[in-house]
Design a protein around this ligand. Sequence first.
Ligand code: NAP
Length: 297
Amino acid sequence: MTTVGFAGLGIMGRAMALNLISAGFDTIVWNRTAAKTVDLAARGAAVATSASELASRCDVVMMCVSDTSDVEEVVFGEQGVAAGLRPDCLIIDHSTISPEATKRFAATVTEAGAHWLDAPVSGGAEGAARGTLSIMVGGDAGQLERAMPYLTAVGSTITHIGPTGSGQLAKAVNQILVVLNQLAVSEALLLADAGGLDLDTTLRAVESGAAGSWMLSNRGPQMIKRDWRPGFTIDLQQKDLRLVLDAADSLGVPIPGTSLVFQLYRALQERGLGSEGNHALVKALEAMAGIKLGADE
Ligand code: NAP
């Protein structure tokens, strides 16, 4: 049986690795902070002590870490995946990172006789836990076919976008939709609240019509309760928006709405709120209006 490795057991990676174990795959995990491997080991995963050891024991290595430089470190750093790479190994990168850097990483790995798919995900912590992520894949179609058993264990919509890097560009598209939706949910709930409407009732009324969205249904209730625990942190959201702004800049596409949201999140980061969930965007509007959504904190 193929052995699958998973590197990066954060909010997303931990849930994805658990779904691989539940699907019955022989799974080995590695995380920089070793303590996060303990409960996965209790659920049946083997644990590697370095990314290179993980790669040396696996035919397929999946990973989900934070940023472009982190993927570079995990793959090409000392004791990184590349140092232990088996011939014909397939690396599947679920992190959201730069499309251009992805092309460089994939070329280096291919020269070493292995393969790379960029496979960023959407669907939030909830989608990762349920195994219903939407996965945007760039790379060779044959390698995607090889990856399908693992991808269907962690996601329910798997789309081949095109060549290497195109999965990451599709994720940039996804993030424009996510943040502008988040801004719309923030404005809408503030208006409802200021007008004295019951927020839960109003949310239920509008979510099943043309205004419905993942953000409204999943993060709206959290915003009403002023529960700012992250499914996705503001700091990581900003990392994504930098990638989006870079891509739009190099392609000459104006994205004024996304630029605005980037500045609003920037103000929240300056207030020390970068580790809160991205739905705390509403706090930037609250500060402008001197009002507060829902119940007191
Ligand atoms: P997270 O909870 O902060 O986890 C980040 C993971 O990356 C941790 O396991 C961390 O290890 C590891 N890591 C970071 N830098 C590293 C480095 N230099 N070397 C080794 N390991 C490193 O983040 P997350 O929310 O799971 O997000 C992970 C990726 O998925 C990001 O690219 C994010 O944009 C993307 N994503 C997230 C969501 C979401 O809703 N959360 C949705 C879609 C996509 P330690 O435990 O040692 O810190």
